[in-house]
Ligand binder design. Structure first.
Ligand code: ANZ
Ligand code: ZN
Length: 827
């Protein structure tokens, strides 16, 4: 019997190659298009081009490539002119680290690796348009990457800035924030410390709003859109200026909650903040200096951890809250990060969890300014004396309730009263303590039902003297520590529940209290009103803040595109003239960065020393190279016209092919590569070089292929499946169909040799249908065929490749159980 004979794979692949059947037509050229009468619609299908590593193609690559090969083939059958290209993203650290280890030029190594990848990919029979193969390290390619950098420079979006960068001690390289994972280098896992360095930056933040807003019309998976939005991290709020008491200095903060200004009871500067030195009082100078020194060693992640115990020291200085006129203490604490907002905050401990923990730790004032919405009929107040004990009252003996039990002070809300008013009144009536709204520090809105079924809101009041408490109405009273109260059988369950929940900030919605002209407003209206007030009084303004930082575009490394600028003493930074591009990477003897952290290019004096293109005076070349994200930010443009030597791509061709109709790639590239390339494209659009402002109409993602035991495949674990072995033993179709069958495309899937064999048997069975050709087939076979066609067509569009394969398996089984199949159906 005849099986799927994979020994024929190579024969067919060679024939396809020769006939060039997978080449996209150059139908963009209006004249030749007319001539060839190619009126087909275009379909640009893109997968993320690989970095050609020394270990060769991974079965994980095959998943995405095979899936979109399926899509590309389907579109061709549907009559589209399909562009499905491939190339190499070949700059970057792994190549360079290899060069450092072996002393071999990464150019040579890259060539070996790409040769191997090409051979591997071809053996898979993927329908790539090989005539358009590109390589980011080819001078003919990076000439245009450099040209585009000069466009950024010309537009004022590329600028140099001294920056405390993340410095990987072992790679000797500056890392972008996103390359630091859990405080360690993303690549080598090594220690990362801060170092000041002049860096080329690209002002991606200027595009932050458009990068969020323009996601609107795009067909991206929701989770992908969300990651883009979260990465950019747009926060709307206000900047507020606080005067430092007795000095001309001002502290500016960014807050998302200007509505809570009346509750700002202290301020915090990040340890790196420039004002720390200026305002710290003499008595605090030593402790502050020590604190600052210790905290800069910690990573941002450690420092920002909301759960972590808060540390800090007072500067001894005070600032003036512009709303209340109160003097509030200024602290230094490492939970405030220098890299976000202004590096200083107004702390509102009643309504911010971290500020609350800090205020409790250091006994700072907590002023409630938001009271929860919602309907409650009674209030309770937990009285915490400044010595830390709690005061309780006996229950009302007049009712049938057990008078031996003790509860919080409180009672019902009278008409016309807010809950907080009622709480103040009850405490005054029942304890003789003359408390004020602002003394009811923390609101915890349990709003749960007490034993009588009433909804009660619990408050806590702190900082009084226990001996001043007088219980009225002849009731008994108890004083207990928190631990005693929580275990005492005299304290009601409801009160215990409140006690065990009381130590937190109220971060929910509600109405403003204790806030003068904002009282009674909801949070959103109060924000607006406060911003107007700040602007009117010139102490602040509405402001949008972004988590996204500008793009650090310099690396002090060898294997990247040289930044095409020269520095002249009299003219400053001058672009290398376009007709002198590319600035090619010179040969070097050593690939390590110099000990001072300069790129190895800095050591080649005759390359560095040059003439100023403007004044012909002595000048020096920039020795930094570009980050590995540069070449991949525009490669989809180059595929459209890969051999053009006059432009990065012909304008008509771009117009024809852009945007990419469907782009698939890993979730790990959803934040950076996707954002950088969308930004790059938008910039090129603004400069009039590309016809669309969004490069990708549709973006999807695939899951990883894991080892049999569900762990990540890695060389060190020795659990890597080599696609070459599978192709050799079972054929390319077996590997590709298996990877489509392995599980839902968007999710990770463990490899299984059994599953692979199952697919091989299915392909053999399919091939054997050729021996069952009959003149007339049964109705069941015809019906099954059409059912399969419908399902497979729909499943491919929805990326349900696995169920498309099972639909085909069902069909083959159906035929096998019948007399046979007609030639037409079989084909
Ligand atoms: C007062 C306030 C009151 C705040 C309140 C929050 C709640 P997002 O939303 O992430 O933008 N903040 C500002 N700069 C900071 C920094 N450098 N380090 C640490 N925290 C910083 O967060 C903005 C909020 O985070 C700001 O609003 C500020 O605290 C804090 F009930 O100001 B908020
Ligand atoms: Zn000059």
């Amino acid at each position: 019997m005849q099986n799927y004979d994979h020994k024929n794979d190579a024969k067919w692949q060679a024939a396809w190659d020769k006939a060039g059947i997978f080449g996209a037509e150059e139908s963009s050229d209006p004249t030749s298009r007319e001539a060839s009468k190619d009126k087909r619609e275009k379909f640009y299908c893109l997968i993320e081009f690989p970095f050609p590593s020394g270990s060769g193609l991974h079965v994980g690559h095959v998943r995405s490539y095979a899936a979109f090969d399926t899509v590309a083939r389907k579109r061709r059958m549907e009559g589209y002119n399909v562009l499905y290209p491939i190339g190499w993203d070949a700059f970057g650290l792994p190549a360079e680290n290899h060069a450092i280890k072996t002393g071999r030029n990464p150019r040579e190594n890259t060539k070996d690796n790409t040769d191997n990848y090409r051979k591997q990919l071809k053996s898979l029979g993927l329908s790539f348009d090989w005539a358009r193969e590109i390589n980011t390290t080819d001078p003919e390619y990076y000439k245009w990457t450099q040209w585009m950098f000069l466009e950024f420079f010309d537009a004022g979006l590329a600028y140099k800035k001294k920056l405390a960068i993340n410095w990987c001690v072992s790679c000797k390289i500056g890392l972008a924030n996103e390359e630091v994972v859990n405080g360690a280098c993303e690549r080598c896992g090594g220690t990362v410390e801060k170092r000041d360095k002049d860096q080329w930056m690209i002002a991606i933040t200027k595009y932050a709003d458009r990068l969020i807003d323009d996601l609107e019309g795009l067909d991206y998976l929701e989770k992908i859109k969300k990651q883009q939005v979260d990465w950019i991290g747009r926060s709307e709020g206000a900047s507020i200026t606080f005067a430092v008491d007795g000095s001309d200095e001002k502290i500016e903060v960014f807050t998302t909650r200007p509505d809570t200004l009346f509750g700002a009871t202290y301020m915090v500067l990040a340890p790196e903040h420039e004002l720390v030195n200026k305002i710290t009082s003499d008595t605090q100078r030593d402790v502050v200096a020590k604190y600052v020194k210790d905290s800069v060693k910690k990573t941002d992640i450690e420092r920002g951890d909301a759960e972590k115990e808060k540390t800090g020291v007072a500067t001894g200085a005070f600032a003036v809250n512009p709303a209340t006129g109160d003097k509030i203490p200024v602290w230094v604490a490492d939970y405030v990060l220098m890299g976000y907002g202004t590096g200083a905050i107004m702390a509102v401990p009643a309504h911010d969890a971290r500020d609350y923990m800090f205020a409790r730790e250091f006994d700072l004032e907590i002023v409630t300014v938001i009271e929860p919405d919602g309907d409650v009929s009674g209030v309770g107040v937990l009285l915490e004396s400044h010595s830390g004990s709690y005061m309780f009252q006996e229950r009302d003996g007049n009712t049938k309730k057990d008078p031996n039990m003790v509860t919080a002070f409180g009672g019902g809300i009278e008409s016309g009263e807010t809950a907080i008013d009622a709480a103040v009144r009850e405490v005054r009536e029942e304890t003789g303590l003359n408390i004020d709204v602002s003394d009811l520090n923390v609101v915890i809105d349990l709003a749960s039902r007490n034993t009588e079924g009433q909804k009660i809101r619990m408050f806590v009041a702190r900082g009084f003297d226990a001996k001043n408490v007088i219980v009225s109405e002849g009731r008994g009273m108890a004083e207990m520590s928190l631990d005693e109260a929580l275990t005492s059988d005299k304290v009601t369950e409801f009160t215990k529940e409140a006690l065990s929940n009381l130590d937190s900030a109220y971060t929910g919605n509600g109405r403003l209290v204790n806030s003068d002209f904002l009282n009674g407003l909801d949070v959103e209206s109060a924000k607006k009103k406060m911003i107007a007030w700040l602007e009117e009084n010139k102490v602040g303004e509405g402001k949008v803040n972004y988590r996204l930082r500008d793009w650090v575009f310099s690396r002090q490394r060898y294997w990247g595109e040289p930044i095409p600028l020269v520095h002249c003493e009299s003219c400053g930074w001058v672009p290398v003239p376009v007709d002198q591009l590319p600035v090619e990477l010179p040969d070097v003897e050593k690939y390590e960065p110099t000990d001072s952290g300069e790129s190895p290019l800095a050591a080649i004096t005759d390359w560095v020393n040059t003439k100023c293109p403007k004044c012909d005076g002595d000048a020096k070349r920039e020795t930094d190279t570009m980050p590995n994200w540069a070449g991949s930010s525009w490669y989809f443009m180059r595929y459209i016209d890969p051999h053009n030597s006059e432009a990065f791509a012909d304008a008509d061709k771009l117009k024809h092919w852009m945007p990419v109709d469907w782009y698939n790639g890993g979730m790990e590239h959803t934040t950076l590569h996707l954002l950088y390339s969308r930004f790059w494209n938008k910039f090129m659009y603004d400069r009039g070089h590309v016809p669309v402002s969004e490069p990708y109409a549709k973006r999807t993602s695939h899951g990883l292929i894991l080892a049999e035991d569900g762990s990540k495949m890695s060389k060190s674990k020795g659990n890597v499946v080599n696609p070459d072995d599978i192709v050799e033993k079972f054929g390319a179709d077996t590997l590709r169909v298996y990877e489509m069958f392995i599980g839902p495309f968007g999710e990770p899937a463990p490899w299984s040799d059994n599953g692979l064999m199952g697919v091989k048997r299915f392909l053999d069975k399919s091939a054997r249908l050729s021996e069952m050709i009959v003149d007339a087939e049964s109705e069941l076979v015809t019906k099954s065929l059409h059912k399969m066609i419908k399902k497979v067509g729909e499943d491919i569009e929805a990326m349900r490749f696995n169920t498309a394969v099972s639909a085909m398996m069902i069909f083959v089984n159906d035929v096998t159980g019948e007399e046979g199949i007609t030639k037409e159906s079989f084909e």
